[in-house]
Ligand binder design. Structure first.
Ligand SMILES: NC(=O)c1ccc[n+]([C@@H]2O[C@H](COP(=O)([O-])OP(=O)(O)OC[C@H]3O[C@@H](n4cnc5c(N)ncnc54)[C@H](OP(=O)(O)O)[C@@H]3O)[C@@H](O)[C@H]2O)c1
Length: 175
């Protein structure tokens, strides 16, 4: 199995979602998400995204599967009517196994709460891309506490969209 990264945006209380959706609309963060998860060093390869079934459900139909990347949906019920190009799996390890192939360069876990909670404790989770959104958004889903094994290695300047300020950070797991 290959190492993977997590990408997430959370507020000052680690809130990530509300009523099955993102709590904020931040176009610059969506561009950042697309850039990070699409970037490959070998243009003949693709990256892969692993998401929970509820996060898949939260994506507008016209934007899913997320283009240019392999999409894999975690589901235990297996009753989903996914488009044929979308992979599915009944465990995180099985998903990582499926995606450990020569055509895939990087693997990203993209949420939501249930899947982040499993992924951050997985020994192959090596990097976190975090958008720190300032303020509180009365969220009902949350990112788990980040263990001290993850060390912040970079932080951008603060950006503002309307009244919302946010910052892009990266954390690496220390061996
Ligand atoms: N801020 C962010 O960066 C961000 C990113 C993504 C999502 N979100 C938000 O997070 C919220 C959704 O989070 P959530 O925790 O409710 O849902 P989720 O993690 O997206 O999906 C949960 C579902 O995934 C499946 N699942 C979870 N673990 C599994 C495993 N090990 N093996 C197989 N299937 C597994 C199950 O599907 P079945 O029920 O089909 O078995 C489960 O019900 C939404 O509000 C969304 O907008 C925020």
């Amino acid at each position: 199995m290959k190492p993977f990264s997590i990408i997430v945006g959370f507020d000052s209380q680690y809130g990530i979602g509300k009523n099955g959706q993102l709590p904020w609309h931040l176009p610059l963060d969506l561009i950042h998400f697309k850039n990070i998860t699409s970037a490959v060093s070998d243009p003949s390869l693709k990256n892969a995204l692993i998401m929970g079934r509820k996060t898949w459900d939260s994506l507008p139909q016209k934007f899913r599967p997320l283009p240019g990347r392999e999409n894999l949906v975690l589901t235990k019920t297996g009753k989903l009517n996914l488009p044929p190009v979308v992979l599915s799996s009944s465990s995180l390890d099985d998903a990582l196994d499926q995606l450990t192939r020569p055509t895939i360069e990087n693997i990203f876990v993209i949420g939501g709460q249930q899947v982040y909670a499993q992924a951050i404790n997985h020994p192959l989770c090596q990097k976190l891309y975090v958008t720190h959104v300032q303020g509180q958004y009365a969220c009902d889903s949350f990112f788990p506490p980040i263990s001290r094994q993850f060390i912040p290695v970079s932080a951008s300047e603060f950006y503002t969209d309307g009244t919302i300020s946010f910052q892009f950070s990266e954390y690496l797991r220390q061996i």
